[in-house]
Ligand binder design. Structure first.
Ligand code: ZN
Length: 369
């Protein structure tokens, strides 16, 4: 059984919706695209429940999971909304045997972004029937850009591939294909900061992002084979640490100090928003996520261009401040875009975040005009 006991263990696997452009050959999902799916820190993500016949108790099991992530201390806030039009995460309860979630901002433009395909009220979903669904904790992890921990290259897991494929075809309804297994089990996912490969993330056997697998599906390493992968029902210390690292809190005035207006290349009469030094990424380990934050209050309502300068790949996000909540307005594609164009309103307080991807120069900046 791929799963832990109680006669329903085969249910505890979700299909994360593959990242757009992710490799389909069972190898490494593409690095830059991964970092491109992070939400901007400070975002308030509103979640909405479709009416699929679920009980109030099941909604509670999911809401409790959102609240549990809210307690982690990362700089993302979840809040329920009854308005489909304003929701960022649109959650269904279709009992079709498939639980899944989009990954990070891949949710944008999707009608349904998450589904719970089985009951969340079973004894295996939470410790002591606390109505804190492990499946919901896991899917919400995907929604903020977590990948499966058993696909961490540092796990070094050698699977009994044939046994896993046979088991997933047998136990899942509808049956999993070999391609499903490749995407969700065998493919290695590089744990990334800044779009570069992070070599130092140790495999976390306690992560909520593991699938449970008994040891007879695992050939190596011995430490994993010895116990198998257990059914985890709470967030691990490392889960929380990653969430805080990816969604850090920073003094909003940071980055506006020391601005050298002469140093920036000049698109037509730019206002230099910031220019800052970047710690050079040498291609080896990158220890921390680099996100920079800026506030911007336009003096007039019009279309603005936010232009990255310097040899850098970075994801620029713009958030509106609506009654103290930050609403994401736009994200650039950090892989290809060097500018973001959008209409901003006079005297509104916008928050601009820049999450660094690849960078070949030591200095880069952003101008707005
Ligand atoms: Zn999953």
């Amino acid at each position: 059984m791929a799963g832990a006991g109680e006669g329903e263990g085969h249910h505890f696997v979700c299909t994360s919706v593959p990242l757009k452009g992710g490799s389909d050959d069972g190898s490494i999902l593409e690095a830059v695209r991964y970092s491109n799916s992070f939400w901007a820190p400070y975002t308030t993500l509103k979640y909405y429940y479709f009416s699929d016949g679920q009980s109030a108790e099941e909604e509670k099991a999911v809401s409790n999971a959102f609240d549990e992530w809210n307690k982690v201390g990362m700089n993302i806030t979840f809040r329920r909304t009854r308005s489909l039009a304003t929701a960022h995460l649109r959650v269904g309860f279709r009992q079709d045997g498939r639980s899944w979630s989009t990954v990070g901002t891949d949710a944008i433009g999707q009608r349904r972004t998450m589904n719970f395909g089985w009951s969340l009220l079973s004894r295996s979903e939470s410790r002591n029937n606390t109505r804190l669904s492990a499946t919901a904790l896991h899917e919400i992890g995907h929604a903020i850009c977590f990948q499966h921990e058993h696909q961490n290259p540092n796990a070094g897991i050698t699977w009994d591939r044939a046994a896993v494929i046979a088991e997933m075809a047998r136990s899942q309804s509808p049956p999993w294909t070999e391609a499903d297994c490749d995407v969700n089990i065998f493919a290695l996912v590089r744990r990334l900061d800044n779009g570069a490969v992070l070599e130092g993330s140790n495999f976390d056997k306690d992560s909520i992002m593991n699938y449970p697998f008994e040891s007879n599906f695992i050939i190596a390493p011995p430490a994993v084979k010895a116990t198998g992968l257990l059914r985890n029902v709470v967030l691990s210390a490392q889960d929380k640490a990653w969430a805080k690292k990816w969604y850090p809190t920073t003094n909003l005035s940071r980055g506006l100090e020391g601005v050298d207006k002469n140093a920036a290349p000049a698109p037509s009469s730019p206002v230099v928003l910031a220019l800052w030094e970047l710690q050079k990424i040498s291609g080896s380990a990158v220890e921390s996520t680099q996100v920079s934050f800026f506030t911007f209050k336009p003096s007039e309502s019009r279309k603005y261009v936010l232009q990255l300068v310097g040899n850098v790949k970075a994801r620029v996000s713009v958030l509106d401040n609506i009654d103290g909540e930050h609403e994401p307005l736009a994200h650039s594609n950090g892989d290809t875009d060097t500018q973001l164009k959008l209409v901003l309103g006079a005297n509104r307080d916008y928050l601009i975040t820049v999450r660094t991807g690849e960078c070949a120069s030591e200095e880069y900046g952003i101008v707005i005009y």
